[in-house]
Design a protein around this ligand. Sequence first.
Ligand code: GRF
Length: 196
Amino acid sequence: MTKRIAIFASGSGSNFQAITDACRKGLLDATPALLVCDRPGAYVVERATAADIPYFAFAPKSYQTKVEFEDHILQELARYEVDFIVLAGYMRLIGPTLLDAYKGKIVNIHPSLLPAFPGLDAVGQALEYGVKLTGVTIHFVDEGMDTGPIIAQHTIEIGPDDTRESLEKKIHEIEHTFYPKTLQQLFTVKGEAAIR
Ligand code: GRF
């Protein structure tokens, strides 16, 4: 059955765009039911509006606790009958409220070959370290920072002339096809069995 997905994002949302485009083109058998955004002014909200996808944009500071805002998110997820959560540049750890309600049904994309360079600015960390190979990881989400079971990885070479800008561009280009493709594999019964 077609999955109803919520995409969580905090910024520009180029992955949000790639995933929703893939759904529209029939490359990904999923319905983008909701955008959840923790920065009401983020560009991804404009993308959702343009694509006619409902969004829930909230300011975490207007809640007393993470439990409170995640409870509110849960209500929105129920309202739009979401059965799977796709994190795409959501700059916040997922708490027990969401993890318990969507056990094994939350995935994330991270711009490094995990377990190398978790957390903030993975691209900067890779350049600073001087690795010659980096990449993209798609993984299930657990309570840690980029620590859940790995679903798929894609390598990217860092050449001598690469800058932060050129590397970010390469990473985004890969992400935009790799994320929808991996989700499609995950959403087929065979793919889910193969990955688990
Ligand atoms: C991506 O590089 C993703 O790997 C990371 O955050 C970035 C989001 O970019 N988690 P965008 O907002 O989808 O353009």
